[in-house]
Design a protein. Structure first.
Lengths: 438, 255
């Protein structure tokens, strides 16, 4: 049995800082319920299979709780390197709170709404209901999700009515400006009506040892199409936990690309349900880690109905003492015939002290399916390396070329183009700016 | 004493592979600028070991003897340094490198060499000019340049790409390792034509081959027969003809 010891600091914080003072009373009730659920669950331990490889000791040794910081003296130029190099509906969140002065949402077509979660709670009750913020989701024993439901301050919501095609990408820039430890709990939602289309780029950056804990709910109605790019380049001392829950109706397409380069400890959970026939998921991602960084990617995909497709390619590059974890699960429900699902996790270990744990799993309860899964772990190819050296290319450059080639083709295979591709490539290439350890 | 006018001077070279088996048992060979040398021999004679030792491939150990390159001790240089000093190996099995663009790779190689010589690096446009010139010289299709290094190339395209790289990098010493292997007669002719165009008074070429047929297309100045880690016979190109008629066994026993 867990004790309440590990959750006590969070409960204290919840009562102390008065989150939700000006909120509707139903929300206050929800927050209390969520905190009770969190207290029941406790911080996940390594005895839980899904958390077996994730070392949360750094996060639990000194619990990071939200601290109210006076906003104001934020230097907006810090955001520049992280902005999308194109026109965008830009929403900036600093320390977990929407900053209207730094944001530029621009003109939206009719039927489109973009704004902060806090704003929606007070001005758009029907939207709050639509995106499901009015219910406490305590399913699946997700402790950090419950903690988020209790402590969230803000976030973003994108909602498109049926048929709305948002041409300009939506850019969400999360910046943590945490000279002292602080926690940022954000709750987001993307809801696309039938045949609506959008691109959303989320970039997480910042300084200090903050803890970002986000929950994002995504609902794609029939034939809706969402391209979602997530670039996590937080400070090397930061913590990053995120939970994404998506549900796809018939023929909906969700294309997600994720790059993890930042944070001391990060974990990205995804629970994606393919609930309508012909739904299509493409997940491409990479994690490039060094020092003592640890990153976990845990995409769980559920094929609930017939004729849905999943294609997953995740590639890791681990140097020095870094630790990468891939926990991939694709479940094909009974009767979900015609499923096609492929899952691949490839890793490059550049140092004898780097480590990777990879578990690509398939659970198939239907008969007529085409599924594959695989994982590789290896060093740079010796023959390729020698070929480059034999042409006079210096060893460090040759290694750089081969590592870049290993991850670089993901941007292409993910189908990213234009500013989105440029943005992804630019942040991936920052990994090479620091000299490799000897 | 070596004369600096020699490009390559191998003396009493003994080498073994990492597991300890001795492969080269005393090689002597001198190549001057402008010369083309053919090193012939049956399988297992040590041909590939010789080329590997000359270019500094890991996994080999020199136990005795010396190799001078333009009067300098070659063996103390790392593989990439040797290449920047002007040594080029045309690989028997060119390596496929997915995700590394051919033209990007070759520009990095040429610029590494130019930087080493204290010359200005070429930008993309300047490099493209060099490439176009060499493509024309060797009759290589431009589309090869747009692909990843050797990926999806036919056997002949791979070998032609090696010779194309040689044309761009303009080495002092080119070592062609079994460049004829796996080629049909048309591909062989194309590769040989390329090599012949790259014969140069300032350049030495060492061709390593099992078969005499390559020498019908690239005429060597000298032929050496390698057998069991030693050069057992040296002569002009007539030696190759003799070899073809009487076989390696005959020459090996005559030594």
């Amino acid at each position: 049995m867990r004790t309440r010891e590990d959750v006590a600091p969070f409960l204290d914080a919840f009562h102390a800082i008065g989150i939700g003072d000006n909120e509707p009373s139903w929300l206050t009730t929800h927050r209390s319920t969520a905190m009770e659920r969190f207290a029941e669950l406790g911080v996940p331990g390594r005895d839980l299979e899904a958390w077996r490889f994730t070392d949360l000791r750094l996060l639990t040794a000194n619990p990071i709780v939200p601290v109210a910081v006076a906003s104001g003296a934020f230097d907006a130029t810090a955001l520049e390197p992280y902005k999308l190099p194109a026109r965008a509906h830009r929403l900036v969140l600093v320390n977990g709170r929407f900053e209207p002065a730094l944001s530029q949402i621009g003109e939206l077509p009719p039927g489109a709404w973009i704004g902060s979660t806090a704003e929606a709670l007070t001005t758009r009750p029907e939207l709050v209901r639509q995106v499901g913020l009015d219910s406490v989701d305590t399913t699946g024993a997700q402790a950090f999700m419950s903690l988020n439901a209790g402590l969230f301050t803000d976030g973003f919501i994108l909602a498109l009515e049926p048929g709305v095609a948002l041409e300009t990408p939506v850019e969400i820039l999360h910046f943590a400006d945490a000279s002292d430890a602080n926690a940022f709990h954000m709750r987001n939602a993307i809801v696309l009506g039938a045949s609506a289309t959008a691109s959303v780029v989320e970039t997480f950056a910042g300084s200090g040892s903050g803890w970002t804990n986000t929950v994002t709910k995504i609902q794609l109605a029939e034939s809706a199409r969402l391209r979602h790019v997530k670039i996590q380049v937080e400070a090397p001392e930061a913590f990053h936990i995120s939970m994404l829950r998506a549900s796809l109706a018939a023929r909906a397409a969700y294309e997600v690309f994720t790059a993890t380069l930042g944070a001391r400890l990060s974990r990205q959970d995804m629970q994606i349900d393919l609930e309508g026939e012909g739904a299509d998921l493409a997940l491409h991602g990479t994690y490039l880690l060094r020092g003592d960084q640890e990153a976990t990617l845990a995409p769980f995909v559920n094929h609930r109905v017939q004729n849905c497709h999943t294609s997953e390619v995740l590639k890791g590059v681990l140097d020095e003492r870094a630790h990468g974890v891939f926990l991939g699960l694709i479940t094909v429900s009974p009767g979900a015939d015609g499923t096609e699902a492929h899952q691949l996790n490839r890793n490059l270990l550049l140092s004898p002290n780097a480590r990777v744990d990879t578990k690509p799993e398939l659970e198939i309860y239907a008969d007529d399916v085409k599924c594959s899964h695989g994982a590789t772990v290896g060093d740079l190819d010796e023959a390729s390396l020698f070929y480059l050296l034999a042409r006079g290319i210096e060893p460090a450059t040759a290694r750089h070329m081969l590592i870049e080639a290993f991850v670089g083709d993901l941007v292409e295979t993910a189908g990213l183009e234009g500013a989105l591709a440029e943005h992804a490539r630019k942040h991936i290439s920052t990994w090479f700016d620091r000299p490799e350890a000897a | 004493m070596s004369k600096v006018s020699n490009i390559l001077e191998i003396a009493g070279l003994h080498a073994r592979i990492a597991d300890g088996r001795e492969i080269l048992k005393g090689i002597d060979l001198v190549a001057k600028p402008g010369e083309v040398h053919a090193v012939m021999g049956p399988n297992g004679a040590g041909k590939s070991t010789l080329s590997s030792v000359l270019v500094g491939k890991p996994g080999y150990e020199v136990t005795q003897g010396s190799v001078l390159y333009q009067g300098r001790d070659l063996l103390e240089l790392a593989a990439d340094e040797r290449a920047r000093e002007g040594i080029f190996l045309a690989f028997q099995y060119p390596v496929e490198i997915p995700g590394v663009n051919n033209i990007y790779f070759l520009r990095a190689a040429l610029n590494a060499m130019r930087k080493h010589r204290g010359e200005a690096e070429l930008d993309a446009a300047q490099f493209l000019k060099v490439v176009k010139e060499k493509l024309k010289l060797l009759d290589v299709g431009e589309d090869l340049m747009k692909r990843s290094v050797n990926v999806g190339f036919s056997g002949g395209e791979k070998k032609r790409n090696e010779i194309f790289q040689m044309a761009v990098l303009e080495p002092k010493l080119a070592i062609l390792d079994e460049t004829d292997s796996g080629l049909d007669i048309d591909a062989l002719r194309a590769v040989a034509n390329g090599v012949n165009r790259l014969r140069d008074p300032g350049r030495a070429i060492v061709m390593i081959t099992h078969y005499q047929r390559l020498l019908d297309y690239i005429e060597p100045d000298f032929v050496h027969v390698l057998s069991d880690g030693k050069i057992v016979a040296s002569g002009d190109k007539s030696l190759a003809t003799e070899l073809e008629q009487r076989g390696y066994a005959h020459l090996g026993s005559a030594a």
